[in-house]
Design a protein around this ligand. Sequence first.
Ligand code: ZN
Length: 396
Amino acid sequence: MSSLLVDDIGELVTNDPVGGEGGPLGVRRDVALLVEDGRVAWVGPARDAPAADRRVDAGGAAVLPGFVDSHAHLVFAGDRAAEFAARMAGQPYTGGGIRTTVGATRAASDDELRATVRRLRDEALRQGTTTIEIKSGYGLTVADEARSLAIAAEVSEETTFLGAHVVPAEYADRPDDYVGLVCGPMLAAAAPHARWIDVFCERGAFDADHTRAILTCGQAAGLGVRVHANQLGPGPGVQLGVELGAASVDHCTHLTDTDVDALASTRLDNGHTATVATLLPGAEFSTRSPYPDARRLLDAGVTVALATDCNPGSSYTSSMPFCLALAVREMRMTPAEAVWAATAGGARALRRDDVGVLRPGARADLMILDAPSHLHLAYRPGVPLIRQVLRNGVPQ
Ligand SMILES: [Zn+2]
């Protein structure tokens, strides 16, 4: 059994408040953390630290759980820089550009897709992301969705079948037939490589009936439910997600009081909501749209996660620190709320209790900052503050 001691930690964010100490982030000071076989084995005062085979000196800096990015679209080809430039020059975002990426993705080889997924995964890892959910959704044929998920599953256990991203051009006149394909042969080919199913429930994508049909057959195939909901306007996605027991409803930019009440009604005994509201401020930033009202959700007791929505159209960033800074500056989350949402919140959105937290038994996924406090993540936006990342206890 190999052991590693992370020593001289000035501030440790555990997300495991014991006896109410250290606030909701469970902050502890002047501690050390022992890793054995990829898991946290012990956390305690530095002076009591046990011996270990190897040692990583945090140099008095802050150490946090690795970010859990619970919403990313990494399997695609090409980019849409020109569309971004046009949007910044005044054109609105409609989601129609997804079909451009679908064409490029279908034309790409497996190795090209694999190279992009790994490049973005590595880019995210360097910025502190140790768990990343990866969706399909740019193939939209049986074969292209299946290979997208198989490639995603090579680098993450959190893979999501998003065959219902848009109705592809060849089915534009017969969306019912496309829903039949998604629920039939496409789901059958995708399910072995996926943990979750997702639908882009939005005007111009999938309506309430189609969304319900697709999520229900995904559930019957053993997949967990998540939904792209209420991004571009009000809609049925959030309430449908709650009704179907979704782990997360994502975007939540346009919510009614009924939507917020529905989310709050899923509150569990542990104080979290079973359905998490995952906010993706990179999308609002990159489409120059109004941000979701995080305070309204938090004040209603809804559990909030932050994620990147990394994709070539509406949010081409893999940076959780960037999204965290946006959440604080533009969505009036406190720095502590944003750090929690980007770590433990993402874990809740993926129904995971072994990541996003640093306590004995959890995966030793953590980052050492070039800063004395977690506050610096929002306080020093755009600065590369992640000095070192450990994943499964292994320095990356
Ligand atoms: Zn998305």
